[in-house]
Ligand binder design. Structure first.
Ligand SMILES: [Fe+2]
Length: 315
């Protein structure tokens, strides 16, 4: 990269607007994400993924022979767009035509791993403050605290929180997303995993990278209102036979409570609650943590295939 400095906030993206995933079976995708608690809509031959917190479309899923991430689309304020375009020119990052089905307008380019990336003017979909986190009311003496299993509500994610990708070079990926889009490193564990936030106020990570032999998609993460909803979400998926995954537990980096459920293609969707938040205009003191002290604070042992990049084995 010709220039290693990072752009100012007024030349930086504010949100991960949506992700686009290609999968071999749309019927599998429709039932998986509906079971997960999202609203899935058939839209012009692909699926749109919507959450309970508003009308925003967080994901697009289309059919292809091989599962892979199709693109990431980031939102920016209108006055940042010329500055981001200028940044691309200065860094020698060529713009490209939108991929089939990708939004028109804005800027398209390939990132360090060849993934099509879009930056467009969009309403800020990253939250402007730490998301509310509900703790159950403590039952008074003489009262029951829990509902029955049969009365447990079906839970629904409020919004997309982040995407985690595999990459052959984590630190190069951090440099690209900091240098081109103005994101900032939140925390990392050596060159094995790194988490990036957006500077106009966002979750601790909106994009994260884990080291692998090849690029790949690991998981999408969805914000839940309470730890109880993370637990109920995992149970609601298990009741549908979707028992493979990892959770419940609590991460160290990002601090979120988690329950990952394996999707039909070997990657995951994560129920997440109480993730750390980086307010606009504040500096997050990025740390570098040894892996054994950074992965999770509590929870069951992760399954052996939790960090297998299934896309690396089919190339
Ligand atoms: Fe996650």
């Amino acid at each position: 990269m010709a220039e290693r400095t990072r752009p100012a906030p007024d030349a930086s993206i504010h949100s991960l607007d949506h992700f686009a995933l290609a999968v071999p079976g749309l019927d599998d995708a429709r039932s998986f994400y509906a079971d997960f608690g999202l609203t899935v809509r058939d839209e012009a031959g692909s699926l749109g993924l919507y959450a309970a917190g508003g009308p925003h479309r967080w994901g697009v899923v289309r059919k292809d022979a091989r599962k892979h991430l199709d693109w990431l689309s980031f939102g920016a304020h209108a006055d940042a767009m010329p500055k981001i375009a200028d940044r691309l020119r200065k860094l020698g990052v060529a713009t490209i035509a939108p991929p089939a089905g990708g939004p028109a307008g804005g800027l398209w380019f390939h990132d360090m791993d060849g993934l099509p990336v879009h930056v467009g003017v969009a309403a800020k979909s990253s939250p402007d403050a730490k998301s509310p986190f509900a703790t159950p009311a403590v039952a008074a003496g003489g009262k029951r605290g829990a509902s029955t299993r049969s009365a447990a509500p079906r839970v629904h994610p409020r919004r997309l929180s982040h995407i985690l990708r595999f990459t052959p070079d984590v630190l190069r990926s951090v440099a690209f997303y900091e240098g081109v889009l103005g994101m900032r490193l939140s925390d990392r564990s050596g060159d094995g995993i790194a988490f990036l936030h957006a500077v106009h106020g966002s979750d601790h990570h909106v994009v994260a990278f884990a080291k692998s032999d090849a690029p790949g998609y690991h998981h999408s993460s969805w914000d839940m209102a309470a730890l109880e909803d993370v637990g109920l979400g995992g149970m609601q998926m298990a009741a549908k036979g979707r028992t493979r995954g990892w959770g419940p537990g609590r991460h160290v980096l990002g601090s979120n409570y988690f329950w990952y459920v394996q999707d039909p293609w070997g990657s995951f969707a994560e129920y997440s609650a109480d993730i750390d938040y980086v307010p606009a205009g504040t500096q997050w003191a990025a740390g570098d943590f040894p892996p054994e002290d950074a992965f999770y604070l509590w929870g069951p042992d992760p399954p052996a295939d939790f960090v297998v990049n299934h896309e690396a084995t089919v190339r």
